[in-house]
Design a protein around this ligand. Structure first.
Ligand code: SF4
Ligand code: SF4
Length: 412
């Protein structure tokens, strides 16, 4: 079983938590339990969707992004803004304002994630030309969706796009450029992705991505600082390299639009994503080439580390991209943009690796469930009565009147 306990896209400020259970009820993977009046995350089940942050009324749930001060530890610092950042600013007519603003904040250089996204689009287009590709290809751009598939939809893993994430593609190019320009050693160069997404905070700093990415900062934290710098800019240096298609990646349908096919489905919002994946799993979606799925409403502009209303940010991106032509992107083969690590299922819902033991646990769970009120009220600190039954069977420290499984189930 994969150990995902080191992945912490979100964390709890315990003194702010009043145990209201809102986050627990909202979590799409049942990763939260409220124990002793505080909401604890079972990190191996957390996909990083950020829903718990969005619904928490007291601000107790937070994303684990790095602070801007972390750039001070590097001799040469490169900022990689995500396309969603552009959608945060009202009346933005030129992405160079944002890019110059980042330099004014202390970065030595900038490299747009949108530029990496255009390369990923070109590679995906080639991948779709191969008749042996398993269809529909599911975009791997949204880390929360990828995590969800690895956790709950093992049979759909062959559909997951093998492409690297645009942030990783951009970071590798940015690092090569910085090394050429400065001659500095890798440890002296800091590559900073600026994102909207709790899932990416943890994903981008692990595995092969960590070779190129040092820190992951938040759109929300940088927004006001940037606004101040941007307001003082008079003649911004033309720094934009990405075209309209790369900018479009910041909101839903943006990636699919760059693939040259109408035969795609785009869905956003975690409930809609789950519905689409359930239908695909049950062979109800046929004849499609590509599925673009985003856990957040309207795509990345809906990420929890944004400032702006996602629907307004999407409108702004739509206006902004009209000011840019599509960039002509030439690539060699699709394989140079593919991940070197294979996707592995995350068997986090398996009760036990021993099948016989797991079957017995399932029977016990069902028997306990039969004796519970079955109202899914959440008052016990578990999201559903079945989740409580599972916790009891697994021997978790359940503090409710049903805590003693043996009172509910006689396995003799
Ligand atoms: S939503 Fe969750 S983290 Fe926020 S106060 Fe309620 S129980 Fe605590
Ligand atoms: S980030 Fe999403 S999956 Fe993780 S605990 Fe919060 S709601 Fe659940």
């Amino acid at each position: 079983m994969n150990d995902r306990k080191d992945i912490k896209p979100v964390f709890l400020e315990a003194d702010k938590c009043n145990g209201c259970v809102s986050c627990m009820k909202r979590c799409p993977t049942e990763a939260i339990r409220v124990r002793d009046g505080k909401a604890a995350v079972m990190y191996e089940r957390c996909v990083g969707c950020g829903e718990c942050v969005n619904v928490c009324p007291t601000g107790a749930k937070r994303e684990s992004y790095d602070k801007l001060e972390s750039i001070a530890g590097y001799k040469y610092k490169v900022a990689l803004p995500s396309p969603s950042l552009y959608g945060q600013f009202n009346n933005l007519t030129d992405t160079s304002y944002v890019l110059n603003g980042l330099k004014a904040l202390g970065f030595d250089d900038v490299f747009e994630v949108a530029y990496g996204a255009e390369l990923v689009s070109a590679a995906t287009k080639k991948y779709l030309e191969n008749p042996n590709t398993v269809r529909p290809v599911i975009s791997s751009a949204c880390s929360a969706v990828t995590n969800l598939i690895l956790m709950r939809y093992e049979h759909l893993i062959p559909h997951l796009s093998p492409m690297k994430q645009p942030e990783v593609v951009a970071a590798k190019l940015a690092l090569i450029e910085a090394q050429k320009r400065t001659g500095y050693a890798r440890a002296e160069i800091g590559i900073f992705v600026i994102t909207q997404c709790a899932a990416k905070v943890s994903k981008l700093k692990r595995g092969n991505s960590a070779k190129y990415i040092d820190r992951v900062l938040s759109n929300r934290e940088l927004y006001f600082l940037l606004l101040d710098k941007m307001n003082k800019l008079e003649n911004p240096e033309p720094l934009s390299k990405a075209g309209s298609l790369g900018i479009s990646w910041g909101s839903s349908t943006g990636e699919a639009m760059g693939l040259g096919t109408e035969n795609y489905l785009s869905a956003d919002g975690i409930e809609n994503v789950i519905r689409v994946l359930n239908e695909l799993e049950h062979d109800k979606l046929t004849g499609l080439d590509f599925l673009e799925l985003y856990a957040c409403p309207s795509g990345c502009v809906g990420g929890s580390m944004n400032i702006e209303n996602p629907f307004l940010a999407r409108t702004r991106l739509r206006r902004l991209r009209k000011r840019y032509a599509p960039r002509k992107v030439e690539i060699g083969t699709a394989s140079e943009f593919m991940r070197s690590e294979a996707y592995e299922p995350l068997n986090v819902y398996r009760l036990d690796d021993d099948r016989l033991k797991a079957m017995k646990m399932t029977m016990k769970m069902k028997a306990i469930y039969e004796k519970l009120p079955q109202t899914d009220c959440g008052a016990c600190g578990a999201p559903r009565c079945m989740a409580l039954a599972e916790d009891i069977v697994k021997g978790h420290d359940v503090k409710c009147k049903y805590r003693k499984g043996e009172e509910l189930y006689d396995d003799g």
